[in-house]
Design a protein around this ligand. Structure first.
Ligand code: FAD
Length: 287
């Protein structure tokens, strides 16, 4: 099996302790030579400065290609494009362009009166500069704002036509979920790479809460398996998380997937184990 190209998502730290954790995560995963890493942008734009600092520091210190997440939430068009310019000034060449979710307290996304009203507008504005690689989100299971899966495929096509060159998916549990989506995208004429987003299960309770917010189906077999493993303690749950994640990735690779994006939650161990099991070797391992 040829090892896949890999990439990692980090989130920006809000405390000193979290800064150390991000640093340790980047340090542990950088030797796996990811294609790129990405840094999220807090809901409502709350981490604007922290995201910028995390993106530029990781790029500078680890020499990694970093994609900065950016949303349309709570900002004018001018403010949003200032952020893009600040990345360009710092030598960052990749943006993950997103609409974003409603800020805390609001129940749905409402554009800023002078802001981008949707992701396509944001992508068009960034693409017009001509200096950024643009990645976007994609939804193998219907996004909470979407009437059905077909609408997500149609909208992804608009995002690609607007200038995005690859998409990273929401996490999912079963390879068939991804393959069905990939086939629908291909049938709709989308030929940009669609990179599966992989969430190693750090905590089963946390994963289920996250799944509920983003419409990810939690299969009964996974619930049963984690309940059973819980009886044998954290070691058993961790072993289960690793083997399920490796199994999912192997099936994706067997189905033709050649790149995987890991949601690390700033915890490197599981992701590192899974990548190693897939044949990804640290750069210095040959020596
Ligand atoms: P879009 O793809 O623009 O919209 C989602 C769905 O809603 C579409 O598929 C479509 O069905 C429907 N839709 C929306 N607008 C329209 C329209 N105008 N016309 C027709 N249909 C429409 N959130 C953060 O706050 N910060 C992050 O850093 C972050 N990173 C993410 C990374 C990835 C890889 C993913 C998959 C999600 C991330 N999110 C992040 C979550 C994301 O902001 C939410 O899922 C948000 O609700 C949708 O953003 P989007 O750009 O993917 O939306």
């Amino acid at each position: 099996m040829t090892p896949p190209k890999i990439s990692f998502e980090f989130f920006p730290p809000k405390t000193l302790e979290a800064s150390f954790r991000l640093w340790e995560t980047a340090r542990a995963l950088a030797p796996l030579a990811p294609d790129f890493v990405s840094v999220t942008y807090g809901a409502g734009g709350t981490t604007r400065k922290l995201t910028h600092e995390a993106v530029t520091t990781i790029n500078r210190q680890f020499g990694l290609e970093v994609a900065a997440h950016l949303t349309c939430v709570e900002a004018t068009r001018a403010e949003t494009m200032e952020i893009v310019q600040s990345y360009a000034d710092a030598g960052i060449r990749e943006i993950v362009a997103l609409r974003g979710d409603a800020p805390q307290g609001a129940d749905r996304f409402t554009p800023h009166p002078d802001g981008f009203t949707n992701t396509v507008e944001l992508i068009e504005a960034i693409a017009a500069r001509g200096d950024m690689t643009i990645r976007v989100g994609a939804y193998p299971e219907p996004h909470p704002d979407s009437p059905d899966g077909d609408a997500d495929v149609a909208w992804l096509k608009r995002k690609i036509e607007a200038g995005a060159t690859s998409a990273i998916t929401q996490f999912f549990f079963e390879p068939e979920t991804f393959f069905r989506f990939r086939d629908k995208c291909a049938a709709a004429g989308i030929d940009a790479p669609i990179i599966p987003g992989i969430l190693p299960v750090q905590s089963w309770a946390g994963t289920k809460r996250f799944a509920a917010t983003c419409n990810t189906t939690v299969p009964g077999w996974a619930e049963d398996a984690f309940q059973l493993a819980a009886l044998d303690g954290p070691g058993a749950q961790r072993a289960l998380a690793t083997s399920l994640c490796v199994d999912l990735c192997e099936k994706l690779i067997a189905g033709g997937v050649d790149r995987l994006h890991f949601y690390t939650l700033n915890r490197p161990e599981l992701t590192h184990e899974v990548c190693t099991a897939l044949g990804v070797r640290p750069l210095n391992a040959a020596a």
